[in-house]
Write a protein that binds this ligand. Sequence first.
Ligand code: PNS
Length: 163
Amino acid sequence: MKIGIYPGSFDPVTAGHFDIIKRAKGLFDLLIVAVLKNSSKHSLFTIEERVTMLRDLTIGMEHVKIDSFEGLLIDFARENRAGYIVRGLRSMTDFEFEMQFARGNNRLAPELETIFFVADIKQSFVSSSIVKEIAMHGGDITEFVPDSVIDKIYTKYGKDVTR
Ligand code: PNS
């Protein structure tokens, strides 16, 4: 069984993340979208909220499972018998970081391969951080996140944005 893991903070999930889930799922018998329980990072959404948003978004997608993890990604991958890590690349800055990350993971777990998806040009500048900054000031985030999460983000910032 070919199992892939798409790890991330997903705080919140963006249109770019969702695009990668849709494109990657066909490559595997099971794609596990794994949300990091990051204790050090201050997150806008709780781990439960992030998992729920992703579950709602992927309802009806066969072979896609949403889970969370803490600690090392390679340990989570081994526990789940995954052979592949999926990551998205938006820019050269991503590339530098992702190379290091992939090499580190491969060094710790040589059986794990990382597969990169080049982000769609429309989403090439979209990140969870940029989405949060725009939403915080009441800007329009409709093109950058899936419809089902738009209001959840505005609500966090106490914004009642009518579109
Ligand atoms: O969405 P992000 O914040 O870019 O995702 C980063 C993530 C969660 C994939 C990465 O920080 C991670 O896997 N952290 C777990 C700790 C770990 O395994 N680090 C790798 C050391 S080589």
